[in-house]
Design a protein around this ligand. Structure first.
Ligand SMILES: NC(=O)c1ccc[n+]([C@@H]2O[C@H](COP(=O)([O-])OP(=O)(O)OC[C@H]3O[C@@H](n4cnc5c(N)ncnc54)[C@H](OP(=O)(O)O)[C@@H]3O)[C@@H](O)[C@H]2O)c1
Length: 282
């Protein structure tokens, strides 16, 4: 049995941070949740909302008081700019008595992640999730409006992970021994094609969904219309057209770290069926 710890979660209003908060709470820990705007945040009961901006590390000092664990994101601001403030954040964290740090890997080079890895004054763990299941929410408007999903590379495989399982791995690493200096690739329990995902969503909402496979040219046209830069389009073509092995290979991190199996996409789809126009949903 672990004793209750005090943990500061950054990115706490985000897809993963919300889950880190929920998993820490469920395990009986005291949670402080960082946001730039506490008035807008809607944290669960029992969570202490604190104001702070990761681009201005000294603004975190009050939030770090009395904290033993710290969950970090690697970016800050509107354009997901890589944070350069890691060394100062870690200096403040160590001074405040933080012992354990998790950092959510951002998929690319990160000065903040480098600073965490180089810090031998704290026990750090790097969380490297593959594609989030919540990315499927991008399909919700097309499914609700037209009962269809339009995607390129429909046969591509993804070992996508339930964001709650990322939160669970983080919560354990932040509060228990045995995870220092580890890099955890975090996946779901099965590699899925776009067709597999569409079938799971159709089953969850109780109505068929057509899958229309776009050509590469059609996809590029759509991404340009959505305002993506040519760099982002190049990245999307690479990860969709040639998904790296790590993104499609199942690993057992969730089960090893948390003691229970990774959640399936069918479970995720059932939890989110209303967003996809489930029969009978409001
Ligand atoms: N989507 C995927 O499939 C996938 C897969 C693997 C890894 N990732 C990585 O996951 C990360 C995105 O995580 P997410 O989806 O959970 O994020 P998100 O939902 O986009 O949320 C962004 C969070 O960042 C906080 N934030 C932004 N700038 C800040 C600043 N200057 N100071 C303090 N807080 C700031 C926001 O807090 P406030 O606005 O409340 O201040 C918010 O909580 C990225 O690094 C991405 O590369 C994504």
């Amino acid at each position: 049995m672990t004793t209750s710890q005090n943990v500061l979660v950054t990115g706490a209003t985000g897809t993963v941070g919300r889950q880190v908060v929920a998993e820490l709470l469920a395990r009986g820990h005291a949670v402080r949740a960082l946001t730039r705007d506490p008035a807008k945040a809607d944290f669960p009961d029992g969570v202490e909302a604190v104001r702070g901006d990761l681009t201005d590390p000294d603004s975190l000092a009050p939030a770090l008081e009395g904290v033993t664990g710290l969950h970090l994101i690697t970016f800050g601001g509107a354009c997901f700019a890589p944070l350069e403030t890691g060394p100062r954040i870690l200096e403040l964290a160590r001074a405040a008595g933080v012992r354990r740090v998790t950092v959510l890997h951002g998929g690319g080079p990160s000065p903040l992640e480098d600073a965490v890895r180089a810090d031998d004054g704290v026990d750090w763990t790097v969380l490297m999730p593959v594609e989030f299941m919540s990315n499927a929410l991008e399909w919700a408007p097309g499914i609700v409006d037209a009962d269809e999903v339009r995607e390129p590379f429909a046969g591509r495989l993804s070992a996508m992970v339930h964001e709650g399982d990322i939160g669970a791995v983080a919560a354990v690493a932040l509060t228990e021994e045995g995870h220092a200096g580890r890099e955890y690739v975090i996946t779901g329990p099965e590699p899925l094609t776009v067709g597999d995902k569409v079938a799971a969503l159709a089953a969850a909402r109780g109505r068929e969904i057509s899958l229309v496979e776009l050509t590469q040219e059609q996809a590029i046209t759509r991404w340009r219309a959505a305002g993506h830069s040519e760099d982002v389009i190049g990245f999307l073509l690479e990860v969709y057209g040639n998904t790296p092995e790590v993104g499609r290979t199942v690993v057992d991190t969730v089960e090893k770290v948390t003691g229970r199996p990774a959640r399936t996409f069918a479970e995720w789809a059932a939890e989110h069926a209303a967003a996809f126009g489930a029969t009978g949903a409001a």
